[in-house]
Design a protein around this ligand. Structure first.
Ligand code: TRP
Length: 866
């Protein structure tokens, strides 16, 4: 819970001996004499009031833009800090401290019987000046009230400093004296190190949380390509480091990281602006204080850079000076994290009491008037300003000083004073046995325990510190929107509560945000700041070599792979039986293909039906003219057999069309091979008969009696039987089966009949081929035999065609995929069937139908002419 080391050391401070010249920073000083103490240098506080206990206050009342003289061989000249414009905002912080002390002194409950004093110094926003201020506080202003001389310092604690860089230095100086320091603005993560800064406390959350919040916001708005701008100090350094670390776990990349030079140079500024202009990162995160940003922005405006969406840290987001009209086109739409604000009811009235007439000797008040009204209440030769009365009313000015609309740092100063008062109160009222230390003891001068718990309420708000001396991480999300007069108004559009569960810390009312736009127009759309536009579904990211991961190319997924989300890193392979659609965004089931009644299928069907019809027609013709010579001489029975077989051949082509099934696959090859076998067997038989008939005419060779009709039938059936046996064996052993071919074309499933056993398939074809060859050879031998109608010629010719067709079939079949192989086979069947039909029967049909006069035995025997 709450532990704040505001301590026991109250009682121990009495041992400050600051005559040591190394501590006072004066190296040329002669060693002081032991008896007499004298201050070698002294600096006047801005505001000073005596009290039982004195609280120091360090505020950047000026921005010291010049580096101080670091030469240590002579007494340092007064640092040229007052030569610069007063920082009215910090002046308000200082007044708030005064108010808080006054309130506490008037409070009868808090620290009764004790008074608090204050001692407010200017740090000029620079560590070295701050160091001088702290040493002056420790030493006192003059010998009379110096702790060095009286041996008792009333310095209770120090409130400050603003910048982390100053706090680091100052808390190290105060550490040996166990004087606690409570900062109202130093947020550097580095200050949470209890080993290095045991006496440092703060009422502002550590940047540890702020960088988390900024990272969360960048992710929230999908700003994956951002620039980083920081001041050249510990605050900028640690915040940038912290943010980079935080972003490592996100998809956000930092396009560039730039540091505003200290002291600021025009060239340095221009170089940064060149980087900003050339980068595609439109969002720039800033970790810089008002002083650094003011000089930078002066150049930025002259460079007329627009379209940058600023994301500001605590130090930048609530700078009321940037609400001026001139800044609006460049800074409008800025969003960032402001520390918690609070209400101080008496602040407005109190601030108004400050005027030159009331503090005629206070240089700072004069300067305030100069900076607010551009006039000097007590004109001198140094300031060439017109005189003014000093009666000017502060309310009229919505100035950086009087702007109490949403006090953030101001409220922190107030809280810090109260934190000190409450802990002192607790210590002073401590009863032994109920104390905060070991064994419930109270603080003792000789027993220093630096820890004490403190928690209290201000205006209903609980003020707590965690174990690191930090306060609770809470930020408002502030958005810079256009005000009624063209100026900027700081509007709260959300919050970050670090105490909430991970993922729930950020609360943004997006509809209330106004974004930075182009050409000074305010945009309603969230700005885009990416290195590469996101990859659509169907594409995947491909990183570019040597570039951050936020910069990538989008490459389309390969076929068969898909990505269904934007910015996919990988394409996923579609499951089996699925394939990518054209856009590669979804897997769709693969197209199943087989030879069906499409154009090809229909053509095949028509041809086979036509072929079968033709064959039947020829059959009819032969039947009608079965008594004519030409039919009879050519062994009519065999002719009818051939015609029957041919019809079957034509028809078995139909088996190849349609979805392959278990049965159709088995039938296909077997039906075709058996019918063809039958057909060729018949032709073979016929050839044998022709051969025998002519040879038989020679005396002594009566082969014809061995080739009677019965023998012919036997030959035909036995030849066919061989094929039937092969087919039976095939079907029984490894029958053809329907299969899905996914290899040939990966995007399709081809339904085909696998032959089961290739050996059997080629055996079947080979057998047909063998028959055909045999037939061819025999017919070839018989072709020269006499007779006007020697069929052998036609058979030779038909076998030639048959063989040619099937020889051509083999390579075509092997190289065609699934359904096309079926088509090829069907075509081969049709072509060879047509070939046979034509060769064997065309001339005969012609004679029968158109030349009946030639249809005589004489003519056929070739005896007519003689
Ligand atoms: N957070 C800053 C730091 O740690 C200091 C800071 C915050 C500040 N807001 C400021 C300084 C306003 C000056 C003005 O350094």
């Amino acid at each position: 819970m709450t532990s704040l080391a505001l301590f026991s050391l109250l009682c121990s401070i009495s041992v400050l001996t600051l005559t040591d010249s190394s501590l006072s920073g004066i190296t040329t000083a002669a060693p002081p004499t032991a008896s007499k103490c004298n201050l070698l240098n002294s600096f006047q506080p801005g505001f000073f009031v005596q009290g039982d206990y004195v609280i120091g206050g360090i505020f950047p009342l000026h921005f010291n833009l010049k580096k101080p003289d670091l030469n240590g061989t002579y007494r340092p000249p007064p640092i040229d800090c007052n030569g610069h414009r007063l920082y009215p905002r910090a002046f308000r912080w200082a007044q708030t401290m005064r108010l808080a002390v006054e309130e506490i002194n008037q409070n009868p409950v808090l620290l009764p019987n004790h008074t608090l004093g204050y001692n407010i110094y200017d740090s000029c926003g620079y560590p070295l000046t701050g160091q001088r201020a702290v040493l002056s506080m420790l030493n006192g202003v003059s010998e009379e009230n110096s702790s060095v001389c009286t041996n008792a310092s009333s310095l209770l604690a120090v409130i400050g400093a603003a910048g982390s860089a100053q706090s680091i230095v100052l808390s190290r100086i105060l550490q040996p004296f166990r004087i606690p320091m409570i900062s109202y603005a130093s947020s550097c993560t580095c200050l949470s190190d209890r080993q290095k800064y045991p006496t440092f406390f703060r009422v502002i959350p550590s940047d540890y949380y702020q960088v988390k919040a900024i990272a969360r916001m960048l992710v929230h708005f999908n700003w994956t390509w951002v620039g980083l701008l920081r001041g050249d100090n510990d605050y900028g350094l640690f915040a940038a480091k912290g943010l980079l670390k935080e972003l490592q776990e996100t998809k956000v990349c930092v396009a560039y990281q730039e540091m505003i030079p200290l002291p600021y140079t025009h060239q340095g500024g221009l170089r940064i602006m060149k980087v900003m202009r050339s980068s595609t990162a439109k969002v720039v995160v800033v970790f810089a204080n008002e002083g650094e940003m003011t000089t930078f922005l002066r150049d930025y405006i002259t460079q007329n850079i627009t379209g940058i969406q600023w994301v500001g840290s605590d130090a930048f987001i609530s700078v009321s000076a940037f609400s001026e009209r001139e800044y609006y086109p460049y800074l409008g739409g800025t969003i960032g994290f402001g520390i918690k604000k609070g209400h101080i009811s008496r602040l407005g009235d109190f601030l108004q009491t400050v005027n030159p007439n009331r503090y005629p000797d206070n240089v700072l008040v004069h300067e305030l008037w100069e900076s607010l009204y551009g006039c000097s209440p007590f004109p001198s030769s140094v300031t060439q300003m017109p005189p003014c009365s000093g009666q000017e009313t502060l309310l009229e000015h919505n100035s950086a000083y009087m702007n109490t609309s949403s006090p953030r740092i101001t409220y922190n100063v107030y809280k810090a004073v109260y934190a000190i008062a409450h802990s002192l109160h607790n210590l002073l009222l401590c009863q032994p046995g109920r104390g905060p230390f070991q064994n419930k003891s109270c603080a003792k001068s000789n027993n220093i325990h630096p820890w004490q718990e403190v928690n209290f309420q201000i205006a209903g708000e609980e003020v707590d510190f965690d174990a690191k001396g930090d306060s609770v991480p809470y930020y408002d999300i502030v958005n810079w929107q256009r005000g009624s007069e063209g100026n900027t108004e700081f509007i709260d559009v959300g919050l970050f509560d670090g105490t909430k569960a991970v993922g729930e810390e950020l609360l943004i009312q997006e509809d209330r945000i106004m974004w930075a736009g182009h050409q000074s127009e305010i945009e309603m759309e969230v700005p885009v700041s990416v290195c590469s536009a996101s990859c659509l579904p169907g594409f995947r990211k491909a990183v570019r070599r040597g570039e951050p991961i936020c910069c990538f190319d989008c490459v389309p997924c390969d076929s068969g792979k898909i990505s269904n989300q934007t910015n996919s890193v990988d394409c996923t392979i579609c499951p089996e039986d699925f394939w990518s659609n054209n856009d590669r965004t979804a897997c769709i089931s693969k197209k199943v293909e087989y030879l069906t009644f499409d154009s090809l299928g229909i053509a095949l069907t028509v041809m086979s039906v036509v072929g079968a019809c033709f064959t039947l027609a020829v059959c009819g013709v032969f039947f009608c003219h079965r008594h004519t010579a030409i039919v009879r001489v050519n062994n009519s029975e065999l002719s009818f057999f051939i015609l029957f077989a041919l019809t079957l051949c034509f028809l078995c082509c139909l088996l190849f069309i349609g979805k392959p099934t278990y049965w159709s696959c088995m039938l296909r090859h077997t039906a075709f091979s058996i019918t063809f076998s039958l057909c060729i067997s018949c032709i073979l038989g016929k050839t044998l008969v022709v051969l025998a008939a002519f040879t038989a005419t020679r005396p002594g060779h009566n082969i014809m009696k061995w080739l009677g009709p019965n023998q012919q039938r036997t030959i035909i059936s036995s030849c066919t039987m061989v094929q039937v046996v092969i087919c039976a064996a095939w079907l029984i052993d490894v029958p053809p089966f329907p299969s899905r071919n996914t290899q040939y074309e990966r995007s399709k499933i081809i339904l085909e009949c696998s032959v089961g056993s290739s050996l059997a398939f080629w055996c079947v074809l080979g057998y047909i081929g063998l028959q055909a060859c045999l037939c061819f050879v025999l017919a070839f031998l018989a072709r020269k035999l006499p007779g006007n109608f020697n069929e052998a010629k036609f058979i030779t010719f038909s076998m030639l065609i048959f063989c040619a067709v099937w020889l051509a079939f083999i390579p075509a079949y092997i190289s065609s995929p699934g359904n096309y192989a079926d088509a090829v086979e069907s075509f081969a069947i049709l072509a060879s069937s047509f070939g046979l039909l034509f060769c064997l029967f065309a001339s005969k049909s012609y004679i029968i139908l158109l030349k009946p006069e030639k249809n005589t035995k004489q003519h056929l025997m070739g005896k007519e002419k003689k």
